[in-house]
Design a protein around this ligand. Structure first.
Ligand SMILES: Nc1nc2c(c(=O)[nH]1)N[C@H]1C(S)=C(S)[C@@H](COP(=O)(O)OP(=O)(O)OC[C@H]3O[C@@H](n4cnc5c(=O)[nH]c(N)nc54)[C@H](O)[C@@H]3O)O[C@H]1N2
Ligand SMILES: Nc1nc2c(c(=O)[nH]1)N[C@H]1C(S)=C(S)[C@@H](COP(=O)(O)OP(=O)(O)OC[C@H]3O[C@@H](n4cnc5c(=O)[nH]c(N)nc54)[C@H](O)[C@@H]3O)O[C@H]1N2
Ligand code: SF4
Ligand SMILES: [Mo]
Length: 697
């Protein structure tokens, strides 16, 4: 077969929710077809490398199951029976139903719901214009960053770190609680450069031997939810063996005798009992980072998806503050640079239109909210109508049984704007077809590096697909809103946002595709002090200050929080009936529930599986490849057992969000996860579930 003729290569940006935000070169075959997708050579962080799932993006853009026109449900909820309707019919019906709900139950009975299917700000956050102008219920964003961001800020005072390209100048890279080979492959590019060029040591901390750990010099497999114990024991050793930088701490931190006394009891033996590591492993790790000034801590999200994740992140961040790693090029830490963009997003979110002070509903609690939990509803009335863009809660949200029960309510009018007929779309009254990133204009940020990137429309949109921005505009106008914000086009909103933010004009940005937002190195490494008023890193966090900075809402009694960096033993406890701890770690070829519809990714991931230690399998009579049920009080899920060493006994790992229907019985992995908000400010503890496992055939 002849190779298709590439008419040009277009610069774009990966829109998905992955910290790498890769700059892409996309081969355009004709006005509506793409060919190969490659990582941009001239982007210093992407450095030619992208993940395999996006390299195969033609499979997703040109997928035969893409939604092409609006649909109205004809059968019962969840039946999958729909009829084709026109955009006018769809929008008229939505406007009529929303108006009716507002008249009967008030504006707060309507809850627009979105997340990060695209990370383009215009198409992701523009739904808030409608929400603000109508006074609909607000969305409290917790599902991804609810624990990790507060934990990071509690120490440093702001969300930003050292440019990750500097990992290449490091002598020790600590990859903590992220499976970067799966979730942000570019971390490996730069860490491996340091290893090859400088002989840097790579440390990986996870709860099983991941593909990332396979590349480490020191792999630490801890029991789930015990990273805080490891961190404080490392600090105990640093102080005991004179490896702490006391001069740095005196100048830059709140270090004092009370904290030192607190650490005295956190011995390696104490931590060994909690983490499952040996005293030697803990000591070796402490000595490595204590004797390597250029140690770079790349903190992931995974270890914060435990109920104690916020305090674990804070505790881990205390280590570079104690060694003074921040002082050296190639040293310091990064979790996310999302606090560094200084964007004025008012043109996108319609902040000036905000009507009243509607309640904040926690997105992670969609199950409890839709099933009438009074606490989750903040004492207000039920949610009666939703428009969902950019997210697939029937798959990704915790406590799937409750989520499905809520979405199936006959008295809930549900609109889903999607690229595919997802599990959530299956429950919809009206389904609307969405464009993909190559078919609309937007700009993108992600916390994993220092650039803001622009991605223009480069191919024609297929069928009757419309962008998120266009749908919100059309709906707003039909609902009688007349503000000019609802008459804009996406490109102009990007340009206006750049203008309001003091960024270069879009015409200039378009030429290169990016805005460089690297901060001066000294600022990024807090050389002029941390971002609290006294400029000191906090070993004793003040969580109220964190809440005040970011507008977080407390979900626990502040008095219950540990005073100092510590292990907080609040994860879901195992018991005789639920003797295993389950984590739902990321699959390499899926991105949350995205890509679980593409053939290449499905082939790569195979059937939904669960890893189990050989001793546990032998004890329970479970064979490799056999069907098992994994369950708890929230429900049970059928999976295929994979016997694997490299994880502790008593721990089960189920990688990825396969389609719910790929599981025998149709229940997805989030049936097992808990929607109760994690302390102190909410968030879903996706890797924290006590479960049983048994043979199921
Ligand atoms: N291929 C792929 N890429 C993705 C995603 C995906 O689903 N698939 N998701 C995207 C999104 S939305 C995000 S936010 C990022 C998240 O990416 P990461 O920061 O990598 O976070 P997680 O994917 O939650 O989990 C990472 C690792 O944390 C481990 N872990 C779980 N509990 C603990 C613990 O208690 N201690 C320690 N030390 N480790 C633990 C898990 O086993 C897993 O290997 O990745 C993005 N990229
Ligand atoms: N068990 C378990 N559950 C998890 C996690 C976990 O580690 N374990 N991770 C959690 C995390 S970190 C996150 S961030 C959430 C993410 O959850 P989601 O934000 O729901 O992410 P995706 O599953 O990728 O779904 C995004 C949906 O948006 C659609 N979409 C993409 N672009 C557009 C667009 O331009 N317009 C419209 N209208 N739709 C679009 C896609 O087709 C896809 O169906 O999942 C969480 N769920
Ligand atoms: S998913 Fe992540 S690694 Fe893959 S192309 Fe997108 S930004 Fe890059
Ligand atoms: Mo996420």
């Amino acid at each position: 077969m002849n190779q298709p003729v590439v008419i040009r290569t277009a610069r774009s940006v990966c829109p998905h929710d992955c910290p790498s935000a890769c700059a892409l070169d996309v081969d355009i075959i004709d006005g509506s077809t793409i060919g190969r997708v490659r990582g941009a050579k001239d982007d210093p962080y992407t450095a030619s490398v992208i993940c395999e799932k996006v390299a195969r993006y033609a499979e997703r853009v040109h997928h035969p199951h893409r939604l092409m026109h609006p649909l109205r449900r004809t059968g019962p909820k969840g039946s999958g029976q729909f009829e084709r309707i026109s955009w006018d019919e769809a929008l008229d019906e939505i406007a009529a139903r929303f108006s009716q709900v507002e008249a009967e139950h008030g504006a707060e009975a309507i809850w627009p719901y979105y997340y990060a299917g695209t990370m383009g700000h215009v198409h992701r956050d523009g739904i808030d214009r409608l929400r603000a102008a109508k006074g609909y219920s607000r969305q409290y964003d917790t599902i991804c960053t609810g624990t990790s961001w507060p934990g990071y800020i509690a120490g440093t005072g702001m969300l930003g770190g050292v440019n990750p390209e500097q990992m290449a100048e490091s002598d020790c890279v600590v990859i903590w609680g992220t499976n970067a080979v799966h979730t942000q492959v570019n971390v490996m590019t730069h860490a491996m450069r340091a290893k090859k060029e400088r002989g840097a040591k790579v440390v990986v901390i996870d709860i099983y031997e991941t593909a990332t750990m396979a590349q480490a010099d020191l792999g630490l497999v801890v029991r789930p939810g015990t990273d805080g114990a490891l961190a404080v024991a490392v600090m105990h050793v640093l102080l005991r063996d004179n490896l702490a930088d006391r001069a740095y701490m005196a100048k830059y931190t709140d270090f004092g005798p009370d904290f030192e006394a607190h650490l005295a009891a956190r011995t390696p033996q104490w931590a060994a009992d909690i983490t499952g590591l040996t005293v030697e492993q803990i000591t070796a790790f402490a000595h490595l980072v204590g004797t390597t000034p250029r140690s770079y801590f790349r903190m992931g999200y995974g270890f914060t998806r435990q109920r104690n994740g916020a305090t674990a992140m804070h505790a881990a961040m205390c280590i570079p503050a104690m060694t003074g790693a921040w002082q050296h090029r190639g040293g310091g830490a990064l979790h996310s640079n999302s606090g560094t963009w200084q964007l004025d997003k008012s043109a996108i979110t319609g902040a000036a239109l905000q009507k009243g002070e509607p309640r904040w509903l926690d997105m992670s609690e969609i199950g409890p909210i839709l099933t009438g939990d009074a606490r989750a509803l903040k004492g207000g009335g039920p949610v009666k109508a939703m428009i969902v863009q950019n997210t697939n809660p029937a798959s990704v949200a915790p406590d799937q049984t409750l989520t499905h029960r809520g979405l199936a309510r006959d008295d809930l009018f549900l609109v889903v704007h999607e690229q595919f007929m997802t599990e959530t779309a299956d429950f919809a009254d009206i389904v609307l077809p969405a464009t993909m990133f190559l078919e609309h204009n937007d700009y993108y940020t992600r916390g994993g590096h220092v650039r803001v990137l622009y991605g223009p429309a480069v191919i024609d949109r297929p069928g009757e697909t419309r962008s998120n921005h266009e749908v919100i505009n059309a709906l707003a106008l039909r609902l009688g809103l007349d503000d000019n914000t609802f008459k804009t086009i996406d490109r102009d909103v990007v340009a206006e946002t750049f203008r309001r933010s003091g960024y270069p004009p879009l015409e200039n940005v378009e030429k290169t595709g990016f805005v460089d937002r690297e901060r001066p190195d000294a600022v990024a490494r807090f050389a002029e002090g941390f971002a609290w008023p006294d400029k000191r890193f906090r070993f004793a966090p003040n969580w109220q200050d964190v809440a005040d900075k970011k507008g977080y809402i407390w979900t626990c009694d502040p008095a219950d929080m540990p005073r100092f960096a510590d292990h907080w033993a609040i994860t879901e406890a195992t018991d005789a009936e639920h003797p295993f701890r389950l984590a739902t770690s990321p699959a390499r070829a899926f991105l949350n529930s995205s890509f679980n519809e593409t053939p290449g990714s499905q082939k790569r991931e195979g059937v939904p599986s669960v890893f189990i230690h050989p001793d546990d399998a032998a004890r329970l009579g479970i064979q490799d490849g056999q069907f098992v049920s994994v369950g708890n009080r929230r429900g049970s899920v059928d999976l295929t057992a994979r016997i694997r060493s490299g994880l502790p006994t008593g721990v089960l790992i189920a990688e990825g969000l396969h389609q719910n229907k790929a599981h025998r019985g149709g229940r997805g992995i989030n049936t097992l996860t808990n929607a109760t908000p994690a302390p102190p400010f909410g968030g879903a503890a996706f890797h924290d579930a006590a479960v049983w496992i048994r043979r199921a055939d």
